[in-house]
Every structure is written in C-alpha cells, then in structure tokens.
Design a binder for this molecule. Structure first.
Ligand SMILES: [Zn+2]
Length: 430
C-alpha cells in the first residue's frame, strides 16, 4: 500500500477557523490516515515531503467550469485545484476528459459533471445545451444524463419554462442528483421555491419590478444585451427585496457560486493581467493567442455603451455587498471560475481574492474553497484533511490564513495520495 508523509508543516484542515502548527499528515492507500501533532517517524517505505515553512491544505474545488481540455486539466492541477465541476458542457466531451484523467493519460483533477446546460426551446448556447420543450422531455433528459453520462448533478440555465424546471428538479432529486441553476426566466426566489440547491453566476437574484418589464427581460436577442440588463438590475437593486432573497437562500440552504472574477473577465477587466499571468506565459503560442483574442472580444460587453460599463461596475459592487451580507447571515458562498479558456488558475485565485475583498474572512474563503464546496457536493470524503478523507492535498509556501496570495505559491500537489510536481504538470515553454 502506498504511503506518504508530509512533515513539519502547518495544516489547515478545511473545516476549522485556524491552522495547526508543526504537524504531520500521514497518507495511506490514497486516503488520510492521521494528522499528528509534532513530528512523526515515517512508516517504512513511505515517501516523505518536507513541509517546513509551508501550509498543507485540502485540494481546492472549482464549482463552476467549462474548460474541458487536457491542457485545462493540467492548468487546474498546477494551481492546486484538485476537483472541478463542469457546469454545462457537451457531456460527451466531459466524459472523454474524465476517462483520460482516470485512465492516467493526462494528469488532471477529479472531474464532476453537471451535463449540458438544460434550457428552454431555443438555447442561448446551442453547442453546450439541451433544449427542453416539456415536463416529460425534462424527466427523460435527467434520466438519460444519469444513466448514459453518469452526471453528478444537473444545471438549469437561461429560459426553461416553469413546468420544465419543476419536472427537471423533481426528477433529479428523485434520482439523488443535486440541482443548480443560472436561470433568467425564473427569479432566484422562484428557483429556490422549486427546490434548486444552488444558484450561480448570472442568476436573477435582484428583483426590480417596474425597473425592467418582464417582456423586455425575456425578449433579449444577445448575451451582451442580457448582461447589460443584469448590470441594470444590480445597479438599481432594492436592498430590502434583495435581503429577503438572501434570507430565503439561508433558510433553504441554497448555496451561491457568484463567479465574480469570471464575469469580470468577460467584460474585459482582467485582459492585461491575464496576458502577464505566469500560466499564460507557459501556454503554447497558438493557445495563448486564442485566449487573448477571446478575452479581447469582451464577450459580455461586446456591444456595450460607456454607460453600460459604468452600470456594470456599480452592479458588481452591489453583488459583492450581497455576497458579504449573505455570508454573514450564514449563507453558503462557494468558489467558481466560469473558466472557458485556460486561465482557470488566474481566475480561481482571483475569485478567492474577490470573495475576501467582498468582506469574507480569509478562513471562511478557505473553507468555501475546500470543505464548504465538498459538503455542497454531498462529498464529505473530499475537501478536508481528516482520517478517512481522500488525500487530495496542496502544499503551499507561507500561510494563506495571513495572506491568501500564498495559495498560488504551490510546492506540491497530491491527488489521491499521489505526489505531483506542479512544474511538470504544466511545463514551461521552451
Ligand atoms: Zn458558466
């Protein structure tokens, strides 16, 4: 049985509000066997990792990604992300990537799939969506996703009809699958009332009756048009109505994956920083060109006026305030990148910074990235350093409880007890 010991290190276990100093973690057969205070004599044949000056944490979890590629998988690992949930993709492509990773053909994170975006009859993202016209079709789609695609949950997005969403949620829960959403035809309150377990990204959290009539909200022709409406909804949000949404989410334990950095990347906020990012410099030239060209198109803001950009900035500030208030109420805020191109490492670590910048304490951000996410996934075997948990671990230099940026100073990544060198996982360009 393979054994590994990380010694002389600080340990953040994913669930606590502080770290244990000068500890050792013993891993056996891919799982954590024990956490020992002080030094430990390694068992015979164990691989020993010196964790001096560093912090050992559970591997990080991305709750919302679309970056399906071998290179993307390696980018994640090199950034300490050991579990990725694909939140709306061609389900065959996600299965193929999972087979690649599980078959050892490429190093990659643990892969969870929500299948395609389940949408109404004319999907906004046709290549990543399954259109659903009726409740019966919704039930069949969920059954097929579970049986043929082994999904870990489903995601409803954009404009499903109410009876379609109700049937999909009911069928998913009947089969033991979680449901998350990024709906526009349903408000957050309607989605929660239907039993959604989570809300993500551009969900319609703000309600603004009178600000934008329903016919206009649903009659958009392009994604930039809809994103501009989202900015207006947030910028003009009624704080009391929004607070009621937050309370309802807390009551029903609906989690929130705000993907703040991912959304701002789509309006062009990070283009210069991503160009200079260390991962971007390591990408093969054609991939780098594609990434930068795509960022340059500012997908959400492609047809925006200056006023739209100004409203977006106001709206995002209000979204961040909601994130803080929701977390203070006991709401579950989780970490997602919405990555489509291989800048997932930048987006992941920037999202952690954005959550901290919104007012979440650093220990709360770290729990959100680890055990908080695992619990929302119904995977109590992930996201923590505790006896019996799967040994997906990250060793970083410094102390992320003092400075979150330390999380990107990655010294070692361990997946199911196997030690990987981040420099080998994502090699530099010659
Ligand atoms: Zn998304």
């Amino acid at each position: 049985m393979s054994r590994l010991v990380v010694r002389h290190t600080r340990v953040f276990d994913g669930t606590s509000d502080r770290a244990i100093e000068r500890a050792s973690v013993v891993v056996e057969g891919g799982r954590v066997r024990e956490v020992v205070l002080g030094p430990v004599d390694p068992p015979t044949g164990a691989r020993v990792v010196d964790g001096r000056g560093g912090t050992l944490l559970p591997g990080l979890i991305d709750m919302h990604s679309h970056l399906v590629s071998d290179l993307g998988a390696r980018t994640y690992l090199a950034n300490g992300v050991t579990t990725v949930r694909y939140a709306g993709n061609d389900p065959d492509a996600v299965l193929a990537l999972r087979d690649h990773v599980e078959g050892g053909r490429t190093p990659g994170p643990r892969i969870l799939s929500l299948g395609p975006l389940l949408d109404g009859v004319s999907p906004d993202y046709p290549d990543m969506s399954w259109p659903l016209a009726s409740a019966a079709q919704a039930r069949l789609a969920v059954q097929r996703l579970r049986e043929a695609y082994r999904v870990d949950g489903i995601i409803l997005t954009q404009k499903p009809a109410l009876e379609v969403a109700r049937a999909a949620v009911d069928e998913a829960h009947r089969l033991g699958l979680g449901v998350t959403g990024q709906t526009w035809s349903l408000t957050a309150r309607e989605a929660i009332a239907l039993g959604f377990d989570g809300l993500e990204n551009t969900s319609r959290l703000p309600e603004a009756p009178g600000l934008l009539p329903e016919a206009r909200l649903l009659g958009y022709r392009t994604i930039p048009e809809r994103s501009a409406m989202l900015a207006r909804l947030w910028a003009g949000v009624d704080r009391e109505r929004l607070a009621r949404v937050g309370h309802q989410m807390v009551k029903y334990e609906t989690y929130l994956v705000p993907t703040l950095a991912g959304m701002d990347a789509l309006v062009g906020r990070y283009t210069a920083r991503i160009r200079e990012d260390r991962d971007t410099r390591r990408l093969p030239a054609p991939v780098r060109r594609d990434l930068l060209g795509w960022l340059g198109q500012r997908f959400f803001g492609a047809s925006w006026t200056r006023r739209d950009f100004a409203l977006w900035r106001v709206g995002v500030a209000r979204y961040q305030r909601f994130v803080r208030d929701f977390a203070r109420l006991g709401g579950r805020v989780l970490v997602g990148t919405d990555a489509v191109k291989p800048c997932a490492g930048f987006l992941y670590h920037e999202e952690l910074a954005r959550l901290a910048g919104s007012g979440l304490p650093r220990d709360a951000v770290l729990r959100a990235a680890t055990a908080g996410a695992a619990d929302a996934l119904g995977r109590s075997d992930l996201g923590r350093i505790a006896p019996g948990a799967i040994a997906d671990l990250v060793l970083v230099s410094g102390n992320p409880l003092r400075r979150l940026g330390a999380l990107r100073a990655i010294r070692a990544v361990i997946v199911a007890g196997r030690l990987l060198d981040p420099g080998i996982v994502l090699p530099s360009n010659p």
